[in-house]
Structures are given as C-alpha cells and as structure tokens.
Design a protein around this ligand. Sequence first.
Ligand code: PLP
Length: 349
Amino acid sequence: MTIASVLNLVRPNVAAMTPYSSARDEFTSDAKIFLDANENPYNWAFNRYPDPYQKKLKEAICEWRGVDTQHIFIGNGSDEIIDLLIRAFCEPKVDNILTVRPSYGMYKVSADINEVQIKYHDLDEKFGLDIDSLLACADTQTKILFLCSPNNPSGNCISIENLSYICQSFNGLVVVDEAYIDFASTPSMLSKLKEFSNLIILQTLSKAMGAAGIRLGVAFMHTEIVAILNKIKPPYNVNSATQEIAIDIISDRENIEGQIQQIKAERTSLFQFLGTLNFVEEVFPSEANFILVRVKDVFKFYDFLLSQGIVARNRDKEFRCQGCIRFTIGTPEENEQLKQSLLLFQQQN
Ligand SMILES: Cc1ncc(COP(=O)(O)O)c(C=O)c1O
C-alpha cells in the first residue's frame, strides 16, 4: 500500500479535527521562565509537565533499535497504542479489526470499548497460521490486522517472509505485536519498516526489559501514521518519571542482555523437564518467556500449584487451549521450586 492509501483509512473525523495544542507545543526555543502552563513554579523533579513528544527518549530508542526518531510513537504501555490505533482508524459500528484465535486479549477489549467488531481467524491445533484463509477473513471494512509474534499464549512466531507477504497482500494496517521479540530466534520485522507503509510494530519495556511497572510501549511506523496518533493521544500520555527511567534502562541494558540469556536457558530446561512428566499431555515450543502446557486435570493442577504458593495462568477457557496452563519463566530458584512442585503433583496423582 502507498502511504496515501493508508491515510485514506483514517476516520474522517480524526483526519478533519484540530488537535489540542498544549503549552509545550507552542514554543521551541529554550526559555528561562515558564509562565505558560499553570504549574507550581517551585522547581523539583516533577513540577513541570513532561515532554509531550518524548524527544530524548526517542533518541535513546533510535540508538537502541536503529530506527529513526520520526518513525517512533510512544504510549502508556502498548495497550494504549492498541487503543489509539483502533480509535484513529476504525469507525464505531462500521469498521472491523481482524486477528487470530488464540492471541492477546486486549485487541478484543479495545475493539469492544470502541464498538468496533472483531473478526477471528482460527489457528490450527498446533497454533499454526493459514495465511490465505486469514486474508480471506478480511472484508472492505477491515481496517487493522493484529498479529502477535511470538504469540501470546502459544509462544510461536510468524516468519518474516510470511509477515511480509501479509503486509503486501492486506489492504489495511498490519500491526505486528512484538512484545516478546527479545526472547525469540525469529528476527523482528523492524528491518521491513521502510518497505511497507502499512506495517506497525509494537514493542514494550514490560517484558524482556524488566519495566512493566513504568508503563512504556513503543511503536514503529511510517512517520505520517505517527502524526495521526500524535493528533489523538492525550497530550502528556507518558509521564516524566517513566521517560527518565526508560532512558536509563535503555542506555544501560547490558545487565538485561544477561537476564534474557538466562531466561532462555531456563526455558529450555523447563521445556525438557515438562516433557518427562506423565500428567503433561503436550508442551508447546516457545520463543517467548513463557511455556504453554496441556495437562490432564488443569483445574486440580492449578489449585495444587496455588496451594504450593505458585500462581500460573490457567488458559483452559481460551480457544484451542482446553486443559492448558501457561508458565512464565522465573528465576532459576523459582523454576527449581516449580519443578519440585510438579514432581510432587505427579507422585500424588
Ligand atoms: C502480546 C502482548 N502485547 C502487549 C502486552 C502489553 O504490553 P504493555 O505492558 O506495554 O501494555 C502484553 C502483555 O501481556 C502482551 O502479552
């Protein structure tokens, strides 16, 4: 798609509206005295509004991911960006979004909040994707396709080749949610950003980067789509503390690289261990920091783990996930305790 045809997908009211102009939008030079935003004048770390466009943080992200700052949009978690995309492009009760089942639950929640219909393509028993039948689910009102790679809760990835084919073939935005990409051996779609104007890549500091508490989601996209989202976002959607902490984390990420390697090694070890247990029916290979497992009596098993002080995510009610439970990979000590509890459950059942 050309960027002109992508911009044709924007809701007419959004295209026509004038955004709120914040005090900090209206000057660019350095000032000494700030009497423009009705703040308390007594300076400490947080008496001023944050930079609405997070310039310094975007520079740090540019240095980290190798993507120019003008292609970066930052949200209060990727959940905010999912919601903003639907609000910018989908007319309530008219347009729809498309995704796969099972996948991350917030695509549906955001669609529901905005009265936008959600269509599903069903993954197969092994959570594989049939691309042509996925594309056949779209109609002329399908504005956004959300795909999660590695997928939550299954943990598998979609290849760059397949995602590129989808970007080429789909007449709308393709949002690739890469929340777990740092744990994957499948490469990111970032290298394809310049090739496809309709591609949006979501990443987050909540997973590998170890900062779920600061709420920081990052999206990479064509600069004209960044401009649309800037128009509709709350002016100060990313607070100063978050911006500062995020810069520190990104600039000092060596420590985190070590954690990621450790988590991946622990994932391999837990995967192998789970395969040896007689109440485990299936272990799904994962490129994320979690493993989905099908067990014999998932409710009894879940309650047993709770009685051991271990909380996992029961996914039994999710499409194609009957009997499944999802374990996040913990520290080596936590994983060892989990293994002991799994052995105890096996002995008792
Ligand atoms: C696939 C996926 N995308 C996005 C998120 C949310 O990210 P954030 O914490 O940045 O809102 C999650 C969290 O579980 C997730 O699994």
